[in-house]
Design a protein around this ligand. Sequence first.
Ligand code: 5GP
Length: 188
Amino acid sequence: MSAKLIIFSAPSGAGKSTLVQHLLKCNFGMEFSISATSRPPRGTEKHGVEYYFLSEDEFRAKIANNEFLEYEEVYPGKFYGTLRSEVDRISSENKNVVFDIDVVGGLNIKNEYGDRALAVFIAPPSVDVLRERLQGRGTDTVEMIDKRVDKAEYEMSFAPRFDVVIVNDDLEKAKTEAEKVISNFLSK
Ligand code: 5GP
């Protein structure tokens, strides 16, 4: 049986990473696709755990080499992408692949894989709540937060193109809903 792909996209601060980390601990036989990025590590992030951290030159060389399944310049000069080798690695372990990627990359993967993929959009309850969450996280400057909030408003407009939208108002409820959605998809 070929591996299934589960894509999570959301404006940053919508609680997507927390949900994804929770789902990876459930027994769904899923593994996280570690993306490559040219942004520097934040906080305690480590190479090969949250991301493969590359220089912009290294990233561009891999683009030229056709090593990416998809990539986006998510912020000016900051590239993010899914390496083909990452999907091959996880599929060869007979596991399902989980993506935590931006809305455009998410929809690109969904278009390529069709019914083998489930595209889930995690929405924050509102833009104001999103701003508060980003401020509370304390890892971004005021300028970065403004940029992320602007981008979030744009990203929210992609929600209707996803297979499922989960509004993360109450984290426990969102976890339960996500578990149900994945369990249904994997049992098909
Ligand atoms: P952050 O810098 O907060 O970790 O991520 C910024 C954005 O890049 C998030 O929306 C995240 O989902 C997205 N992102 C992470 N990895 C990838 C990837 O492989 N491809 C694409 N297109 N976006 C990604």
